[in-house]
Design a protein around this ligand. Structure first.
Ligand code: ADP
Length: 441
């Protein structure tokens, strides 16, 4: 960030310096040229008005302007363009001047002006010519730096200014980033403090987002920790029981009549372990493949019918009748997961029911929404527990759940599958009356 701000600042400053220097130099050079031209015209007119070059008896060899006017070149040109006098070069070496634009202009209009690049690249020569009364032309000229030369001569100072600005930018960007980052650092260190208000209101949405993400991360970490602790505890209980029964049997301390009971206990606990491990695997699979699940068009009624058929025997053993009603309802979902969901809910409706109880599974499409309802007239769930039954390992009556083969993970799996299918789940229950669970796809 510091480097970015630094580069931007330096870039802007250098561009600004270059633009200013170029702009000012061009404006200044324009003024400078105008000044030179004005001076030349004054000089030429002054010389003309002395009428010196119009005297009849002028001796060219006696004219000497070079000592007095060093920077001013004075040339006197005859009507035919021949150079009569030049204070800089001997007249003989100079060519006929009739081709010079300023001379041509002066012969025609009385005055003529021209600027020519001098023999050296860095200089321009400014000419101003006036027609004298005797028909000859007097021309004055002076050299001045070209625009490029002005730039070149300004280069060291420009470089110096740019270097100064770059060093200033480095310092400023350092201070600026420090100042900019400070509130962000303070905000991050105050993520857990909900009373903290960020100093910039522009940071509020980020602060809110970070805070909620932070809370989510903490909650997820805590949930994972709790889950691991619960899993260990849940696995330990049946394992300890199995180990205890086996030890007693091994020691030969169990009478023949009790042995059968011990074998049964070992099998029951082993089954519990299996059920637990199966549910844990299912949950972790759901956690993992959340986004890569294959969806297809399935008939909710057909899947529900299959589950009901499979669980009828189980229900009969507990003297519970189970029925299905409704009609074909197409949904977009994963067949295996939907079957798992219905099985868990129907199993609960059987498990937490009374002998002679009833379970009714209904599948319908209402207003284009497929709806699955599983209703029982069992023991029901107290209002205080209704929110928590979807938590992992939460059971209202632990011993009943365990005695009937529950793992405490069934509804957690159901909730997960509902979320994956973007569906909604509603629980309506009253102790002693029964439970109705509605899922809308
Ligand atoms: P479990 O394996 O113990 O059944 P679940 O996650 O499926 O675990 O259910 C959590 C708890 O919710 C159960 O222990 C039970 O107390 C309660 N519960 C679930 N379904 C019903 C129901 N149909 N009737 C009454 N109680 C229920």
């Amino acid at each position: 960030m510091k480097n970015k701000i630094n580069t931007r600042l330096v870039g802007i400053a250098v561009l600004a310096v270059i633009a200013t220097v170029v702009g000012i130099t061009i404006i200044y050079y324009g003024l400078f040229q105008r000044r030179i031209r004005a001076d030349l015209s004054v000089n030429a007119k002054l010389l003309r008005d002395t009428h010196y070059f119009e005297s009849v008896n002028i001796d060219i060899n006696e004219i000497d302007l070079s000592t007095d006017i060093e920077e001013l070149r004075v040339t006197w040109i005859a009507e035919d363009g021949t150079v009569l006098y030049d204070n800089d070069a001997s007249t003989g070496s100079l060519k006929n001047h009739n081709d010079r634009p300023e001379i041509q202009e002066a012969f025609i209009g009385g005055v003529g002006e021209a600027v020519r690049r001098s023999d050296t690249m860095n200089k321009n020569t400014f000419y101003y010519a006036v027609l004298l009364d005797n028909g000859t032309v007097l021309r004055v000229a002076t050299n001045a730096q070209s625009l490029w030369a002005v730039f070149v001569s300004a280069a060291p100072i420009i470089t110096f200014i740019i270097l100064m600005i770059i060093s200033m930018c480095v310092v400023i960007s350092h201070l600026l980033t420090k100042q900019l980052l400070k509130p962000i650092e303070v905000m991050v260190s105050n993520l857990e403090n909900s009373d903290y208000e960020s100093p910039y209101k522009e940071l509020d949405p980020i602060s809110e987002m970070l805070r909620s993400q932070h809370t989510d991360v903490l909650a997820a970490a805590k949930a994972r920790q709790d889950f691991t602790a619960n899993v260990s505890h849940e696995l330990k209980t049946p394992l300890t029981a199995i180990s205890g029964y086996a030890e007693l049997l091994e020691g030969g301390m169990v009478g023949e009549e009790k042995k059968n009971h011990f074998y049964q206990e070992i099998r029951k606990n082993a089954n519990r372990l299996l059920a637990l491990i199966n549910d844990i695997i299912k949950l972790s699979e759901l956690d993992r493949v959340d986004h890569g699940i294959a969806f297809e068009k399935i008939d909710l009624y057909e899947v529900a019918h299959e589950c009901v058929n499979e669980l009828t025997v189980n229900a009969k053993l507990k003297d519970i009748s189970i029925a299905i009603e409704g009609k074909e309802s197409a949904i977009h979902g994963n067949r295996e997961l939907i079957k798992e969901l219905i099985e868990n809910l129907v199993q609960n409706a059987i498990r937490y029911n009374n002998p002679g109880g009833k379970v009714l599974v209904s599948v319908n499409t209402i207003d284009n929404t497929a709806c699955l309802i599983i209703k029982d007239n069992g023991i029901g769930i107290p209002a205080a527990d209704q929110q928590r039954v979807f938590e992992r390992f939460y059971r209202v009556d632990k011993s009943r759940s365990k005695a009937t083969g529950g793992t405490g993970l069934g509804l957690a799996i159901v909730k997960h599958i509902v979320e994956i299918h973007d569906a909604s789940i509603e629980l309506d229950s009253a102790p002693g009356v029964g439970t109705t669970i509605t899922i809308m796809f």
